[in-house]
Design a protein around this ligand. Structure first.
Ligand SMILES: [Fe+2]
Ligand SMILES: [Fe+2]
Length: 463
């Protein structure tokens, strides 16, 4: 779709949005005309979401805007509507692929409320969660440092916001579990759908973020990374969106049982005593219980929690209580789980270099891990995943930015330092698949990965 064409579609969408508001106000939510207007809006959204994972409209100043470009014309007669949304503190509405007209109707139930009642009911996010909105999100417009209007939404930024939201979400459910509240699985669905949208748009940004990470809040970041790495596997296998969400939620909550354990045990340095070990070994079972006891029991989540340390050969823990191999979702989660654990610096071990991790996990194929899935996993993230700092055979140093589909050891690199160790003023991207036309040899190859230390400075966009 041409950019201009997209703008036209969004403009009609905004008009349809207003039409629903007006018809609903005059005739009520259940009237034929209201349903018809919602149906039209849904069709318009469907046609946009058939070619992209999500669409966001926002309010900039007193106008509706798409990618920060205001619609002056269309906003003219919408002053009341725009003010109403502002009163509700809604600055951005994101519609995700998979949205149903039922959910759209529920959405209008919320945004037609007045500000006072909304505040009393706990605010927009609480309401959205309580009616179960999964494919519509509300957020605030992020105005970069200079508040630069007209600048497109930064995709890295969306990925970063995604990670932060994930940590907030996990913090909330962890507090919930510890005060014995049932698990809020519903908001996990919503969050996972956002990761999926992000994954479809720009996998690399998410991979880079899972790779360049700070090491506090390990359990939460670990859960997020496992969800991202599992979703990437499932998506590459062609799993349909509705199941993708299920698998993503199960992956995100695979260690729900660990949230019950105290930070003391999880972050303990050196050897754990037998009592601690015993507690840790119970986390798959504890997690399965929590997931089954949640308001809406989550069977796949419970299975994945129960099986994620069982291993492909079922020789892991807890002891196997039924026949057959573990569920395919559990086996994808196990790969993501082990990968993230090896690659992370923990109280009791240093982080493992990616090439070494590849070697170790290839050895586990057939015993701990399902071999075809392991092969598929490294096809997706490569031996040197995006976000890895590497040294090339000409001594230049760069950051892996994109995997190669044909050779897992030859990704694309953003060169940051030249062979003399001097910082490149204008970093540039090379493709390691490129060959010298005369000799037919590869122009550059990776010698090894480098630990990201203070010695190296990454460009601002990766911070
Ligand atoms: Fe675990
Ligand atoms: Fe885990």
């Amino acid at each position: 779709m041409q950019p201009g064409e997209m703008r036209n579609k969004i403009e009609s969408l905004i008009k349809e949005l207003l039409a629903v508001m007006q018809v609903r106000k005059n005739y009520g939510p259940d009237h034929k005309l209201t349903k018809e207007a919602v149906g039209n809006l849904h069709k318009g959204l469907d046609s946009i979401l058939s070619c992209q994972a999500e669409v966001t409209i926002g309010i900039v100043g007193d106008e509706f805007a798409f990618e920060r470009q205001p619609f002056y014309e269309a906003s003219k007669n919408m002053g009341n509507f725009i003010n109403h949304l502002k009163e509700l503190k809604i600055e951005r509405i994101t519609f995700l692929k998979g949205l149903s007209s039922k959910e759209l109707e529920d959405f209008f139930g919320i945004i037609t409320m007045d500000a006072v009642s909304m505040e009393k009911s706990g605010g927009i996010k609480v309401l959205a969660a309580s009616v179960g909105l999964q494919f519509i999100a509300f957020s605030k417009i992020y105005l970069g440092q200079a508040g630069a209007a007209g600048e497109g939404l930064d995709i890295n930024l969306t990925a970063k916001q995604n990670i932060q939201e994930g940590i907030d979400f996990l913090t909330r459910i962890s507090e919930g579990i510890n005060s014995k509240e049932p698990l809020d699985v519903r908001s996990a669905y919503f969050f996972v759908n956002k990761i999926i949208g992000n994954l479809f748009q720009n996998k690399e940004s998410l991979f880079i973020l899972t790779n360049i990470k700070s090491h506090d809040e390990y359990t939460f970041l670990h859960s997020l990374n496992v969800a991202i790495l599992t979703l990437a596997q499932a998506e590459s296998l062609g799993v349909k969106q509705e199941y993708l969400t299920e698998i993503g939620v199960a992956a995100l909550l695979h260690d729900a049982g660990k949230l019950i354990l105290s930070g003391e045990i999880i972050n303990k340095k050196g050897k754990l005593d037998p009592a601690d070990l015993e507690k840790i070994r119970l986390h798959p079972v504890d997690g399965a219980k929590v997931l089954l006891d949640s308001a809406e029991a989550n069977p796949l989540g419970a299975i994945v929690s129960f099986e994620h340390h069982l291993r492909y050969d079922t020789q892991g823990y807890p002891q196997r209580i039924y026949g057959g191999k573990p569920n395919v979702a559990s086996m994808m989660v196990a790969i993501a789980d082990i990968y993230d654990a090896l690659r992370s610096k923990r109280a009791y071990h240093e982080e493992m270099a990616p090439e070494k991790t590849y070697e170790e996990m290839t050895k586990m194929a057939g015993t701990h891990l399902e071999p075809d899935l392991v092969e598929n996993f490294f096809k997706i993230i490569g031996v040197f995943p995006p976000g890895t700092l590497v040294e090339l055979d000409n001594k230049a140093v760069g950051l892996v930015v994109k995997e190669s589909l044909s050779d897992i050891k030859r990704p694309q690199i953003e060169v940051l330092y030249n062979g003399q160790g001097e910082k490149e003023k204008e970093p540039y991207i090379i493709n390691l698949l490129e060959k010298d036309s005369e000799s037919g040899n590869y122009k550059y190859s990776i010698v090894k990965s480098i630990l990201l230390t203070d010695k190296y400075e990454l460009p601002q966009k990766y911070h």
